[in-house]
Design a protein around this ligand. Structure first.
Ligand code: AMP
Ligand code: MN
Ligand code: MN
Ligand code: MN
Length: 298
């Protein structure tokens, strides 16, 4: 059921696609259904839910989207370790029931609990006791206890005023509560996404502490593994960063994606569907998607 009050997008670039966000199935604060409802209210035309290393919210989100007449794309954000850096790869239009992808993600999630206990031990040493139990309280999915859940607990204790402040003082390399972890291999993550029928997208490239040579190597390996997209417009980028990734998308022949990386109303700088449009000089990842062409016909 299409909402006739909405303006019909006249061009692929005008489609309000939000292809990166989280629910309580990973480290977001809203249920998958509430994410979909909020996206619909905000005027999103195509939504992808991309929980970290999890497919568990996709069926409920798709059902809610269908009831609202919102085009929904099943997605995931896979944690990868590449050259000792954590890199995130978004998978879009994946089959939410694909056994190989599910198995790969299962393996990737494995170890989060042990890591969480080590994080808690370090936090206890700096005067923040019981952080494992505290973080777990915020985790909608006990298999996916993440630094975001620790950050919320640390705010609750009054040690920091915001999640942002927590990530300046704790949980990052060189600060208490940082436990290095080995996630999936780049080629494996891209392979699982492609085998599940999806498109692999380099998430928020502006967040990686990589020099130009290393970034070039990363993108080349990503392309060789079958990756075909890059987030040009991301809620996890600083203003003005997208120019560099426009050039990169053109240079490597990658399609461009757009996503808020929304985690919750009180935490995220950018709400669902609120990002600037993709520049006309790049090809949107959705250029050949039936979900996009159905919008133009609506
Ligand atoms: P994890 O997968 O457990 O290492 O947690 C990573 C998550 O922490 C990311 O997906 C973000 O949601 C959050 N995060 C990481 N760095 C920051 C930061 N500087 N500010 C706010 N959230 C962050
Ligand atoms: Mn997150
Ligand atoms: Mn990410
Ligand atoms: Mn994300």
């Amino acid at each position: 059921m299409a909402d006739s009050r909405r303006m019909r997008p006249t061009d692929l670039h005008d489609i309000n696609a939000d292809l990166h966000c989280h629910s309580v199935i990973s480290d977001g604060t809203l249920s998958p259904e509430a994410v979909v409802e909020r996206a619909h209210r905000n005027g999103v035309d195509i939504l992808a839910l991309t929980d970290h290393d999890e497919l568990g919210g996709l069926v409920a989100a798709a059902a809610r989207a269908q009831a609202l007449g919102l085009a929904f794309v099943p997605g995931v954000e896979v944690s990868v370790t590449w050259a000792n850096e954590t890199i995130h790869i978004v998978g879009l239009r994946v089959d939410p029931h694909h056994a190989g992808l599910a198995r790969g993600l299962d393996r990737t999630r494995n170890g989060r609990d042990g890591r969480a206990r080590e994080i808690a031990a370090q936090l206890a040493d700096v005067g923040i006791p019981d952080a494992y139990e505290g973080a777990l309280k915020y985790a909608g999915n006990p298999e996916l206890i993440s630094r975001s859940h620790f950050a919320r607990y640390i705010v609750e204790t009054g040690t920091c005023a915001s999640v942002h402040e927590v990530f300046e003082r704790f949980l990052i390399e060189g600060k208490p509560g940082f436990i290095p972890h080995r996630w999936a291999r780049l080629a494996d993550a891209v392979g699982w996404i492609c085998e599940a029928g999806g498109t692999a997208v380099m998430a928020h490239p502006g967040r990686y502490a990589l020099g130009e040579l290393a970034m070039d190597q990363l993108i080349r390996e990503f392309c060789d593994a079958g990756g075909s997209g890059i987030e040009v417009v991301s809620g996890s980028h600083a203003p003005g960063q997208s120019e560099r990734f426009v050039t990169m998308a053109q240079h490597y022949g990658l399609n461009a994606s757009r996503g808020s990386d929304f985690h919750g109303p009180n935490e995220s700088r950018h709400d669902l569907g609120s990002m600037p449009p993709l520049p006309r000089s790049v090809t949107p990842v959705w250029h050949h998607w039936p979900e996009a062409h159905a919008l133009e016909r609506r």
